[in-house]
Design a protein around this ligand. Sequence first.
Ligand code: 1PR
Length: 550
Amino acid sequence: MPTVHLLDYAAGNIRSLVNAIEKLGCQVEWVTSPEDVSKAEKLILPGVGHFGHCLSQFSNAGYMEPVKAHIQAGKPFMGICVGLQALFEGSAESPAVPGLAVVKGRLERFRNDDKSVPHIGWNSAYSQSKDHHSSGQSVYGLRPDSKYYYVHSYAVPYREGELEKDGWSVATARYGNEEFVGALARENVLATQFHPEKSGAAGLRVLKAFLEGKQSQALPPDISLSATQKGLTRRIIACLDVRANDQGDLVVTKGDQYDVREKSDNVVRNLGKPVQKAQQYYEQGADEVTFLNITSFRDTPLKDMPMLEVLRQTAATTFVPLTIGGGIRDTFDPETDRTVPALEVATLYFKSGADKVSIGSDAVTAAEQYHASNRNLTGKTAIETISEAYGAQAVVVSVDPRRVYVASPEATTHHTLKATAPGPQGEMYYWYACTIKGGRETRDLDVIQLVTAVEAMGAGEILLNCIDKDGTNSGFDLELVKSVKAAVKIPVIASSGAGNADHFAEVFQRTNVDAALGAGMFHRGEWTVKQVKEELSKKGLMIRRFEEDV
Ligand code: 1PR
């Protein structure tokens, strides 16, 4: 079996990359010291999160010179995400930390104009070389009509000709009105800002081309360049609420308004097996898969090994981003008689194949303390510690708001919205109160207070549920989505209420939400993800088209 060496130097989910390489028929050997670099024929430098954090660790461990020597010797080298960034001279993220300077240029932060930062989702890697397209050739399997998964806040701005004059082939993506480097290649070097191991069939194709040393490949004859849409697609996420049923098996379940028991006989509704369902949604073209362990506020997650196993098995076959939520907080472990910090709990999940963790109840408690202390950041919350170690993009905050009706905006100190239909006592206003423990406890904190606090703490994304809408198949709560989008710069995922493709179209057309999530309609087989995407495409919304596996 051909071998590829992977450089292991910093935190991050490397499991997925190993899974992708193994799926492509290669085996991985680890580079764990600078001396190992000379043993490598093909070397991959992965990396997620913070440029300064990664590059300092990389340089302190003594990797700078051996890696430069590997590249200069003409041996195959691939950099992924921060691994691409490392090739440049430096980054505005940590101006004092130097990069390898194999490529001229520096990374800049995306402008916070009318777009969310981080840039999360599926975007192009479109070759800037007219020669490639006219000769029908692709660089390392990159296709102009494919989409790849990106997650980053800093990028190399593309300036025509600048990298090309040093012999680089450049493929770019566009975010808002910023054109940036998505991938670059020259002789033995390939680097991608996107994650090929998380980019479905399109990404596996690029990884395969690198592993097989195929710098140049024929493009399929039927690619229509004029139909290629550049830019970030709308993301469709399939969400699996998972819990043990009354027999103790982990099942995908789904209720309405968070009640997952059948009305007739009070048993937990069983809608399938988590690993199988996740695989099915991946094959249907889901852009991400989210698992929520919905009973973890009762159990200690450290004992929750079946959930880790679900994640491990899913990550071996599902090459899109995986999020896991439920029980991410400081946890007392009776077996070892100590409190395990949230960061350690999250690390267990990242090591098993998660790309992001989702924090619910603990985020509410942290936000309450943040507001009570006059917006003081302690640096000790789960959000802060995980974001610091793994990067903001790895921390999602899952919000479970419930409506509280009031007669007038003056009747509360909270951020109110005008009701379209009167509340139970004829009230014409409401505010969204945050809840914890799966909606069982309502807190005196509104959703805007929560999302602004967690953004300040370093959360990278908001998963915006709505208990009133959950399982109703009546569409997303557009007013809630709009108000949260207006309050934060980080991406927001609309959740709760999806019942058909039109609901997805509606939330994308009437709000500037970044992604939308569905659960029940997919689990019950009423719609496939593929059908939803086809409908969105017909309405002119840009989505990632389905690609057959490599
Ligand atoms: O508080 O950090 O331990 O996390 C617990 C997590 O479990 C939270 O993210 C919370 O949202 C979730 N959760 C807890 N109890 C339930 C429940 O349903 N009883 N599920 C629950 C939340 C919401 C979405 C759902 C959408 C879309 N489920 O995941 O999938 O509402 O549904 P739909 O498309 O069918 O309308 P912690």
